[in-house]
Every structure is written in structure tokens, then in C-alpha cells.
Design a protein around this ligand. Sequence first.
Ligand code: ADP
Ligand code: MG
Length: 238
Amino acid sequence: MGSLKIENVKKAFGPVEVLKGIDLEVTDGEFVVFVGPSGCGKSTLLRVIAGLEDSTSGRVLIDGEDVSVTPPAKRGIAMVFQTYALYPHLTVKNNMGLGLKQAGTPAPEIDRRIGIASSMLSLEPYLERRPAELSGGQRQRVAIGRAVVREPKLFLFDEPLSNLDAALRVNTRLEIAQLHRRLKATMIYVTHDQVEAMTLADKIVVLNAGRIEQIGGPMELYNAPANEFVAGFIGSPK
Ligand code: ADP
Ligand code: MG
């Protein structure tokens, strides 16, 4: 299970309110994409969901449970960042397994999960390498693999393809779509790329200056944008 409910979430940094009342429901297994211009609050919203940032007010519920006092490691969430955030001194295998090891997962179970994830992501040949010996695309697959082995209820991706060149972006996007089909997990994915949003999303959430402008399926937003802003972002005239 991995449903999410966000109720009137606000977040201020000092006097600046960057989330101005976000309401959102994500059902189990859904692929939801957040789009919006730089600085509109996409990463902050992900970080509030993950528990890396406290909201100023409002509630986040995962599978119906208020997680306001649940630490990030206990939320059943795994996050993938634009910058991969791998440990340079650890092998691919140990990067993928570290979180499980720290959580006390027995070694044979860690190995089993790494086996499955590395096969899904074609990482078997690289398990003993270190991040510096990998391409950008391979590094991001390791970061995705590290999320997969945790068997999270909810995957959060923050512009995971932004540092990759065009060809790798397409490949990695297809891999993420395939992963979603195989794992049937709930995924929330931030991007400012319309093509990624249109091809990956069951549901797109258009954010602007800390508010939601519109929520809908890709074709719904394309054919019936609520306003000029959404039309401009999804690329269809109103
Ligand atoms: P996005 O991911 O959509 O580009 P962010 O969520 O990163 O936007 O940022 C939203 C706004 O909040 C920006 O104006 C940013 O400068 C500000 N912001 C983000 N994190 C912090 C922080 N830790 N302290 C102060 N301001 C922040
Ligand atoms: Mg961001």
C-alpha cells in the first residue's frame, strides 16, 4: 500500500511562504508528476512528504496515518535526487545495501534484494565498482536501485534525469516507467520537462508560486487547461 493525502500544507522559510496551502490525494500505485517553474516549491513539497522538512501547518497522511511525528526513515519512503547522492568510497553493492544494513536487515536478505534490483536495472556487471567508475546514467540507476531495495511504499523522484544527456534521459525515463509497471508502487516525480510529465504521469499536478493551479490526467490538462498558466506549461492554447 502507498496512498498519500496532503491537507492544507503550508511551509514558510522565515517570512517567505513557499507552500501556500497544498491539498492533494494520491492513490496506491499511482504515478503522479509535479511540474512547475523553478522556485515554485516542488522540491520543498517532496521534502515535506519525505519528512526532511517540517511543514508550518497542515497534515501529511501516508496510508491514512498522520506522519507528522514519524521520522523520515520510518515513513516507508525512498527518494531519488538529481545529484544521485552516492557515497564515493562505497561500491555499487554497498551503496545499494547501506540503508538496509543500518536498519538491521540480515545480510542474506540484503543480498537477495540487491540481486533483484540490480537485475531490473541491468546493474549486475557493476556491483563491485565505485561511483567514479560509472557513467552518469549508471550512477542514477544505482541511486534508483538503492531506493528499490528498500521496498518503499512511496518513491519520490526529484528531477532525476536533469543531469543526464538527451539519449540517456530517454532510456532512464523508460526504465522508470518499466519499474513502475513491475513494482506497482506509488511514485511521485518532479520535473520541469513537459515530455517527461506527459509520458510518465497518470496524473499531473501543476504548481505555481506555492499553489496548485490544476490537477488532471495528461490529456485532460492538454485539452482543457484551467488557465493560461497551465496552457503555457503543458503547451496547448486555451
Ligand atoms: P523548486 O524545486 O520548484 O525549484 P524549491 O522547493 O526548491 O523550488 O524552492 C521554493 C522556494 O523556497 C525558492 O524560492 C527557494 O529559494 C526557497 N527555499 C527552498 N529551500 C529553502 C531553505 N532551506 N531556506 C530558505 N529558502 C528556501
Ligand atoms: Mg527543485
